[in-house]
Write a new protein. Sequence first.
Lengths: 573, 236
Amino acid sequence: MKLDRYWAAIRLMFLIVLVMPGPGIAQQSAKSYRVVTDERLKEPEPENWLFYRGTYNGWGYSPLEQINSENIGSLVPVWAFSTGVNGGHEAVPIVNDGIMFVTTPGNQVIAIDARTGDLLWLYQHELAEDAIAYHYTNRGVALYGDKVFTATLDAKVVALDATSGEVVWDASVADNAAGYYMTLAPLTAEGKVMVGVSGGELGIRGFVVALDTETGEEVWRTHTIPAPGDPGNETWPGDSWRTGGAAVWLTGHYDPDLGLTYWGTGNPGPWMGDARPGDNLYTNSVIALDIETGELVGHHQYHWNGSWDWDEVSTPLLIDVERDGRVFPALVHPGRNGYLWLLERSADEISFVDAWPYVRQDVFTSIDPESGRPSYDEQKKPGTGFRAPFCPSLWGGKDWPPAAYNPGTKLLYIPVNENLCGSILGREIEYEPGRSFTGAESQMTVWPGAEHIGELQAWDMSTGEEVWTREFESPNWGPVLTTAGNLVFMGGTTDRNFRAFDARTGDQLWEHRTNSGIIGVPSTYMIDGVQYIAVQSGWGVDAASMTRRINRDLGTETFVPEGGVIWVFALQN
Amino acid sequence: MGYKENDERFLMTEVNGPETEVPMNRRKAVKAFVGLGLATALTDCTPASGGGGPAGEIPGPPPAQGPQLEPEPQATLSLDEHEHPVDGDVLVFALGTRKGEVVTPADVPLNGPQIFAYAGDADGAHGASDASRLDQIVLLRLDPLNLTEETSHHAADGIVAYSAICTHEGCDISDWSTENRRLICPCHDSEFDPTDNGQVTEGPARRRLAALPLKLVEGQLVVAGGFTGRVGFRSP
């Protein structure tokens, strides 16, 4: 023990030397840091990646084409940076004029020279050891003005000076002791930084809150479960609305023309629907919130009275879709429930257009053609004391890893897990603040005889046609990036590879083996005429849990080493 | 980041630090030691962690702080700060309708599920009332014939006690498999065998659960000594 402490002290001294910015670096970047304005966020320069998915419409698309399907074979790593932590590295590298901002598990924020890999500053959030967080991860920062914003596991929003990493303000938005925590990248727009909360397994009542970017003061807060007197509260019996979940743990998208932000919501709690009879609005829904007031102006619930842990937190992509000769502003959502949803958005509502399964789904017996409301096979719906089997598994056809849309190919790219089913058995549970409030135990199985689990699917939303599919023996937890270079980038498999595919045909064109499995959101940027691709490698969280359950079911021993590294690639000269 | 200047731990360092001759009891000594460690660590870390101070300057050696003590590099609250159970403590329900009431042997059902409890001394002077989540204990009653020798040594009439905190990432171990008699963490499926001294049997956890020895005194369930290992998890 004493020796351990001695070495810990030595390591600490090394760390101090290593992470100290060199003389003048902070000052230099202070002069050159380019403030992030609404104009820039609405139309980001192609060389920058200013936002979680690059643009407000959530496409995960870059118009850069220096790296393309012709020359991708000469893509090589140019620098790497070890984050020093284990666990699931899901955050996107966000880049503003040559400065990269990355978050890691444990709420570090790292600012790096995006060309050289030099460290500029490091922020380490102080987390109490007894903080409650069921998902020890973070998905990235947001930028606005001269600040960098991060949402933390202890339910705080912290504003950092982009040039120094110093805390400008921090604001607690909920009580972590009651099970509220945050993992998402914030959304910034119109002078506000907006976040939602995790904790759907802990009996929270979800909300989205907007803070003033300058002061951290609360501008509005909209709960995802209506209070008594508000429309929708009648879909909850008694006091169940107080602890009903509907967490918001992924970044919203924004339609500046409508002035509306869109957010996906998570499952109801406890997990068993028979514990809270009713539709349970607005769980497993997409909601439209007015950017100025937070007013909820529209919603669509994908599935009512959820009992499968199918959080529908992924925000739909804002895409123009042509159907029957009419082009309309759509919301496109590959659901965790295994259906691909096509909705129409307008100033005052969200309306259903179409939905169809993209993986094996045996719960829905039909979808109402007008409302989009599904009917259920009751034998496939878990209940208290009733174990029900169902497909897809509780992790769904697609969990949180974001899909991407390429306006050049007009294809939607979905990271998929197929051939997984499961069962859940419910039990009675009493609410206790900060405690597990699922009241359920779950199992997962691989479809007998299945030869693959992971897929990358490419869909034409106008025709409703699946244009191509790549299959992977491994499960797939890879967020997707697509570019004007006719490319789709994705990791997500247990073999630790980062891959590039031809966006039109799905042919695999390139792969590179990294330190760990890739569940990080990739991005791309350009500095001095050189295009770079960036992604974090660092397996963990639910991707690791799924891998273990597959091992258990099949008797395999797949092992993915942990440890976070930021990888940056460019074309070899 | 960082502790406020009026933080109790800092005051203890200055007023009751080990370099002074002020007598203190064992628990205070532990706190003062940790406090000094934190002060040292924070002095060193501040510029590096972006918490202030002029950027670009290489820090000199940490300021002299009296006798050279081993620095504690963890800037988070050490587990030594928590009140640890000691011989003779009773166990009280941590939650539910009987929260705060003493757990009797009859309250612990055979083959689970686990009961969440806190340890504290009978007159309430320390323990349950100001306990942290990390101080939680799970209680289980198992068939004594199923317990390994080492486990039996800590058990009282088949009742075993372990830290309720997963050694992986610190979640409460709230699930129980009746079929396999395993304590299961809901966060990442780590499983622990309560019949075999808290050994890890599945999942990402790499360290067994610390056991809390129990005994029966006049039919009352009582702690027989401190935890057999470190409570909590290693922060990544």
